[in-house]
Design a binder for this molecule. Structure first.
Ligand code: ZN
Length: 255
């Protein structure tokens, strides 16, 4: 048995007895469904990149343009379906005593797959909130909040702080977890990137699932090289569910 096999055996042992599980997901999970990131040169929309539109400055300068871009993205996302990775994570809610899904994704696909306990660190693209008072826009309201402020997409833009309440809940779930998964995230965008380290420091067994190596890889107790949609969707079908999620096989785990 080599080291990786030992870690895998330990993982299955821990997965059987773990009571509190927390998961961090990133762009990789959405990308498996085909959600575009609009980052970099390949993600242009009307000659703009995400970095030029997803900012408070862009919204202040041209709110119509920013709203139009978000409408376009919302319509794209509404056509996209959750993948097997999303569905496996929704299944996992019933496997553990507590299960917290922390996501950096704004597309709402985890909820659409059936997850109910989701902390959206970067907000949700399907909602709007007031740029002044933070009030969430109701369906029958226009573009202006009763307070006079403009409604904007309920997401965190470049240069903005993450919502404090979400960060605190994510941190609390992470420090109390005995099993933690970091899935489809490059672990390079802070503060979310800190969570796998916090989990490891707090004594959790930490599994990383990502097609590529990340800065966190060498700190993970078990590292799985591959897309989440391939490794996670071992659906629990028997009464001994806890032992069966996720049912990763040694042969599918990258060495
Ligand atoms: Zn307002």
């Amino acid at each position: 048995m080599n080291v990786e096999d030992q870690n895998l055996a330990r993982y299955f042992e821990i997965a059987r007895s773990a009571r509190r599980c927390a998961v961090l997901t990133g762009a990789g999970v959405s990308a498996e469904s085909g959600v575009p990131t609009f980052r970099g040169e390949e993600g242009l929309w009307k000659h703009f990149r995400a970095e030029e539109l997803a900012t408070p400055e862009a919204f202040a300068r041209n709110p119509e343009l920013v709203r139009e871009w978000y409408e376009f993205r919302r319509s794209l996302i509404s056509e996209i379906e959750p993948n097997e990775g999303h569905r496996a994570l929704a299944d996992a809610e019933s496997v553990f005593e507590t299960f917290t899904l922390i996501t950096q994704n704004i597309d709402g696909l985890h909820a659409r797959a059936g997850s109910t306990n989701v902390i959206e660190l970067h907000g949700n693209i399907h909602g709007d909130r007031c740029n002044h008072c933070g009030r969430i826009r109701q369906d029958d309201e226009g573009l202006t909040c009763p307070c006079g402020g403009p409604f904007r997409p309920d997401v965190v833009w470049f240069g903005e702080q993450l919502p404090q309440e979400a960060i605190e809940r994510a941190h609390a779930a992470t420090v109390s977890a005995d099993l933690f998964f970091s899935i489809g995230t490059s672990t390079q965008v802070f503060p979310a990137a800190q969570l796998p380290y916090v989990a490891a420091d707090s004594g959790a067994f930490v599994v990383e699932v990502n097609p590529e190596e990340t800065p966190f890889t060498r700190h993970a107790d078990l590292s799985v090289r591959g897309p989440s949609g391939e490794w996670l969707p071992r659906r629990s079908t028997s009464s001994r569910r806890r032992a069966r999620w996720p049912r990763g096989e040694a042969s599918r785990i990258g060495r």
